[in-house]
Design a protein around this ligand. Structure first.
Ligand code: CA
Length: 238
């Protein structure tokens, strides 16, 4: 269970009081929609973007991603107006995508962590108004509105430490009393910059080595693997 998992990684089970979860690519399988939206919208403006680039830039502002593509592919600086226009196109395509399904294994992991008495906190760069309702519908009785950090709560998003520091503050715990669960390089950097043990779930196409290079303390291939580690009970003794 979660306490065995913590011990295995040199953390003190009694000290750990909260788990800070990223949302896209961790609790919801929403990255395929972002990949589609980026590819379709960029193509309309003569730009191309690979799956890897979408995952690498996850957490970065849309403007930042577009400005980098224009610099790289058109050899010039982007204007604010065109970034605005192109980003709006990306959002329009994204909004036509089907609702992202829950990440397999996430419910089991959340329930096991909650049952062990730890707080579950959301730390996302997303700013959707309906975020809490969707979370609460999909994962009932796990999250509270008070224990959520969204785009509205921070000035400097991931990879800066502010989102995770805010998560710690909202949960009333210190950095060494929490762990982070992330999937993206910028999110991992944010968790580590906040001084927190960071578990990476490699739910995209990037290499594990890249997630380690971003600072991940440990990398697992997917959420079911993590769920199994935190929810399995010790074998009964014969
Ligand atoms: Ca993410």
């Amino acid at each position: 269970m979660i306490f065995d998992f913590l011990k295995e990684h040199g953390l003190e089970p009694q000290r750990t009081k909260a788990v800070l979860f990223d949302m896209d690519g961790v609790l919801f399988d929403s990255m395929p929609n972002h990949v589609t939206a980026w590819k379709v919208s960029m193509a309309r403006y003569g730009l191309s973007i690979t799956d890897e680039q979408v995952y690498l830039n996850e957490g970065q502002t849309g403007f930042g991603t577009i400005a980098a593509l224009i610099r790289q592919q058109f050899g010039r600086e982007a204007t604010d107006e065109e970034c605005d226009l192109i980003y709006q196109a990306k959002c329009d395509v994204f909004n036509t995508c089907p609702t992202a399904p829950p990440m397999p294994g996430a419910r089991e992991a959340l329930e096991a962590i909650k049952a062990a008495g730890l707080k579950c906190v959301i730390v996302t760069g997303s700013g959707q108004q309906s975020l809490f309702d969707r979370l609460n519908e999909t994962y009932p009785s796990i999250f509270t509105r008070e224990l959520m950090v969204t785009a509205f709560d921070v000035r400097h998003g991931k990879p800066r430490p502010e989102p995770y520091l805010m998560g710690l503050r909202k949960a009333g715990v210190k950095a060494d009393e929490a762990i982070v669960v992330e999937n993206a390089p910028l999110g991992i950097q944010s968790g580590r910059a906040a001084g927190i043990f960071t578990v990476a779930l490699n739910t995209g196409p990037l290499k594990d080595s890249l997630l380690y290079a971003s600072g991940a303390n440990v990398v697992y291939p997917n959420m079911p693997t993590f769920a199994c580690l935190v929810s399995q009970r010790p074998e009964p003794r014969p």
